[in-house]
Design a protein. Structure first.
Length: 406
């Protein structure tokens, strides 16, 4: 078993983690990472924040230097596009026609940006932030200043808005829904972040649909909205979500449901093929049905689980999900899965910018959002890690302390 060949399609956080964990466990078979981008595996979260602000360089974004892969005998092929999977022959087919055999295949293909489906979206000056190349192209445009329109009031859009605002640009955020981050946080958080951004001079417009990107000479000059208004723009940053890269899996006959469907061991229906990270739709003890998560924690923990499985130490994936978002000096930390919540309890004072929102479903706590309250976040991770919960009645009782529940 220890001479099995592992091929990893995708050179992001998840793909890197599988390779690193395998070598850490003394796996001595060949390991190949196939990455579409020209860069070695790197961190994505700093792209829209530290890198654009000039606080991080390309070299500091790398998860490991080139020496790591050489020393650990991990073959990394960059600028490598995989065209197909031959499950019968157990081979990966590269775009140039090369066929690469595997014993275990890991699909860590990540996701691609959801494109803005309106006329003018291909104009120069319309940008997305997903890859290092995106960030490299975006940085000088932000530094040039001027009017910036951010389309999308989710994490990526708001993180970009906070950075661009701090760098001195005039910023307008357009969110189609009636509140910010509506799919992932409660109205309490949405209102807090709306006020936070508006207080920093950002023009936040809710219920704002975009009908067209207008321009002159092939470059953007404005954004036309559903109400007929046109907002001047020297730069438009689009952050309306990502789409799982599951095309390879679909073409190979593997089940997909807004992501590559895997079981609790992160295996597809083909026992030799795993899927992890942003592209995987998986069952989780804290979820109702399949869930797909876009987070560093999920990528790392799933990479470790798959490495264990390849080593013959299969374990069910049940790591407690957690996330974060940095906007201005405010840190939002999330633990748990709060979809389908039916009630909330707020601890602390929203007005001071230090508070937590506890989420409940059927009377039991399922998640915590903490704003500048790292101690609450740590307690939440401990509680969920120990499979403990808190009832809504307890949380509403006078003098309730989250820390006392650990």
């Amino acid at each position: 078993m220890m001479t099995r060949k592992v091929v990893i399609v995708g050179a992001g956080q998840a793909g890197y983690q599988v390779a690193a964990s395998l070598r850490g466990k003394k796996f001595d078979g060949p390991i190949v990472i196939l990455g579409e981008e020209p860069a070695l595996p790197y961190q994505r979260p700093p792209l829209s924040k530290g890198y654009v602000k000039g606080e991080a360089k390309e070299s500091t974004l790398l998860l490991r230097s080139a020496d790591f892969y050489t020393t650990n005998n991990i073959e990394v092929r960059l600028d490598c596009c995989v065209a197909a999977l031959d499950r019968t022959g157990r081979e990966v087919v590269c775009a140039g026609g090369e066929r690469m055999p595997y014993d275990s295949l890991v699909l860590a293909t990540g996701g691609r940006v959801r494109k803005l489906p309106v006329p003018g979206a291909e104009l120069a000056g319309v940008a997305y932030v997903r890859t290092l190349a995106d960030a490299v192209a975006l940085k000088p445009q932000i530094e040039a200043g001027g009017n910036v329109v951010v389309i999308g009031g989710g994490f990526i859009g708001l993180e970009c808005a906070s950075v661009v605002s701090v760098l001195g640009c005039k910023v307008v955020v357009l969110e189609a829904m009636d509140r910010l981050m509506a799919r992932v946080v409660s109205p309490v958080l949405s209102d807090y972040y709306r006020d936070l951004h508006r207080g920093r001079g950002v023009d936040v417009r809710l219920g704002a649909s975009v009908t067209e990107i207008v321009g002159t000479g092939g470059r953007v000059t404005g954004v036309r909205c559903g109400d007929g208004s046109t907002i001047p723009a020297d730069l438009v940053v689009v952050g309306i979500g990502i789409i799982a890269n599951d095309d390879l899996a679909k073409a190979a006959g593997l089940a997909c449901d807004r992501g590559i469907v895997v079981d609790a061991l992160l295996r597809t229906a083909d026992p030799d093929i795993y899927a992890i990270g942003d592209c995987a739709a998986f069952p989780h003890p804290m979820a109702q049905g399949l869930v797909r998560l876009e987070s560093v924690q999920n990528a790392i923990d799933q990479g470790k689980i798959v490495a264990d499985a390849i080593m013959g130490e299969a374990k069910t994936y049940a790591a407690v999900p957690w996330f974060w978002s940095d906007q201005y000096e405010v840190k939002l930390q999330i633990v748990g899965l709060t979809q389908h919540y039916d009630d909330t309890v707020t601890l602390g004072d929203v007005g001071t910018g230090r508070f937590s929102v506890l989420y409940f479903r059927d009377g039991a706590m399922i998640g915590i959002d903490s704003v500048n309250m790292p101690s609450d976040h740590v307690v939440g991770r401990k509680l969920f890690g120990a499979r403990k919960s808190v009832t809504i009645d307890a949380a509403r009782a006078p003098g309730f302390s989250l820390r006392s529940q650990v």
